[in-house]
Structure formats: C-alpha cells, structure tokens
Ligand binder design. Sequence first.
Ligand code: 2BA
Length: 113
Amino acid sequence: MKMIVAVVRDEYSSALTEQLTKKGFGATKLASTGGFLKAGNTTFLIGVPAAKLDEVLEVIKAACPATKGLKGDLTFAEGSLKGAAHHLRNLSGTVEVGGATVFVLGVEKMLKV
Ligand code: 2BA
C-alpha cells in the first residue's frame, strides 16, 4: 500500500477529484497554503494499492499539467523572503509554479473500523 501526498494548484483540485472518483480511487483533500507564496493550494491524501500507484500518478499528471510561463507573484512571498535570501533559488521577481508536487510514502497498514 502507498500513500500519495499531492500538493495541487487550487484550480486543478476539482478536475483531479473528478478523475480520481471516476476511476474509483479514494482521496482526502486538505486546504493548504504554500509556504513560499502563501497562496492557497489543495493537498490530496490518496491511499492506493502499490500495483495502482503508477495509474494514479498518471491521473495526477493529466489533471495537473505544469503550465509553462505561469508565474507566481513574489510580492506574496514577502514574509518568506525576509532574512532568507540565501535560500532563494532565484531573485528574478517571479517563480514558475508547477501543477502538482507529489510525494509517495510507504504505508504499513490501513484500517477502516
Ligand atoms: P509555495 O511554497 O508557495 O511555492 C510556490 C512556488 O515558489 C514553487 O512552485 C517554486 O517555483 C517557488 N519557490 C518555492 N520555494 C522557493 C525558494 N526558496 N526560492 C525560490 N523559489 C521558490 P512549486 O515548486 O511548483 O511548488 C508549489 C507548491 O508545492 C509550494 O507552494 C508548496 O506548497 C508545495 N511544495 C513544493 N515543494 C515542496 C516540498 N519540498 N515540501 C512540501 N511542499 C512543497
């Protein structure tokens, strides 16, 4: 069993929910906020049998395409920037925001009681 933790841009949240539901995958959605830009995003927790992992990752890729040229506004990151300039990957004034940031974790056991 695997747990997929996917931080998804808010505008892709409905489409991803629809596709997961259509294919019979369960998910929990958490309202979340990006630590850098402090803009809202949605974190999906998706528990899947290991054999279905790649299928779900493909669903996420299809529903959350990285949009070339989409820029986050660094003015919202003002708080993050204070005293953190040495952690910044660039100082160009804008950042490329991806469609989803995905982590895959091993799950020892899943119970529904
Ligand atoms: P945020 O933390 O608000 O980051 C938004 C975008 O800002 C990032 O897009 C990236 O392009 C840029 N960014 C973040 N930290 C930066 C830094 N120190 N210097 C320069 N630019 C920086 P994505 O990489 O596509 O990430 C989108 C969202 O995914 C993030 O929103 C955060 O909520 C989540 N995320 C990304 N990496 C993560 C990680 N390692 N752990 C947990 N969540 C992560």
